[in-house]
Ligand binder design. Structure first.
Ligand SMILES: N[C@@H](CCC(=O)N[C@@H](CS)C(=O)NCC(=O)O)C(=O)O
Length: 214
């Protein structure tokens, strides 16, 4: 049985597991309370960030790497086009851009605006991170002008990666998505596996409801 530690970007992993129909359990990790006394989690990821997975003897961190592991280990799956498929380069690029180009930079904006001491909230690093997020988002917009999903006509794990980043940006109130991105998020999340992942990830579900009501 695969154990997923923590929501946040762990939502990507849970969504993927639901798409693939694999058995798993979600083990909540409370970052707000602090992980210092969570010995079971720290034994899995001594660096203390989420998500992490444990699958037998395998322990991994980094949501995109975890997704690639699960698809390679338990696939093949239509979520990951074959490397010889013409959809593969765009798939591979946007799978990684969702974290390395979008969520990681937006995370710096979010923690600066919400967690930093008042005098440090508006800082050069956070402003630069927002600009980088916007420039990478331009690549997503260009791609979506040509196809409904990032790898082409079919939904793939690249859409899980980028959709998470866009929902993260929107729910934190740090970015307002344009119409094309909102339509895309609606298209990508109109899936049974997404709904099941939401029922599992109760903190994410509560956060989405709170953001929608703002
Ligand atoms: N690139 C990593 C980012 C992981 C990350 O920053 N997670 C956040 C919450 S979603 C976290 O644990 N932050 C607390 C910390 O880094 O100490 C991934 O995609 O898994």
């Amino acid at each position: 049985m695969i154990t997923v530690f923590g929501e946040g970007r762990g939502f990507r992993v849970v969504w993927l597991l639901e798409e693939m129909g694999l058995a798993y359990r979600l083990r909540p990790v409370d970052l707000i309370a602090g992980v210092e006394r969570d010995a079971e989690f720290l034994a899995v990821n001594p660096a203390g960030f989420i998500p992490a997975i444990q699958d037998g003897d395998v322990v991994m961190v980094e949501s995109i790497a975890i997704m690639e592991y699960l698809m390679a280990r338990y696939g093949p799956t239509p979520l990951a086009p074959d490397p010889r498929d013409p959809a593969f380069p765009a798939y591979q690029q946007f799978l990684h851009l969702g974290e390395a180009g979008l969520a990681a930079f937006m995370y710096l904006v979010v923690v600066s605006r919400n967690l930093a001491p008042a005098a440090e909230r508006d800082n050069w690093g956070a402003r630069k991170a927002l600009k980088i997020f916007e420039s990478r988002l331009g690549l997503v917009e260009r791609r979506l002008a040509r196809s409904p999903f990032l790898a082409g006509e079919r939904f793939t794990a690249a859409d899980i990666s980028v959709t998470y980043a866009l929902e993260f940006a929107q729910r934190t109130g740090c970015f307002v998505l344009g119409e094309a991105e909102r339509d895309y998020v609606a298209r990508a999340t109109r899936r049974d596996a997404y709904a099941r992942a939401m029922e599992t990830c109760l903190a994410t579900k509560a956060w989405a409801a709170e953001a929608a009501g703002r």
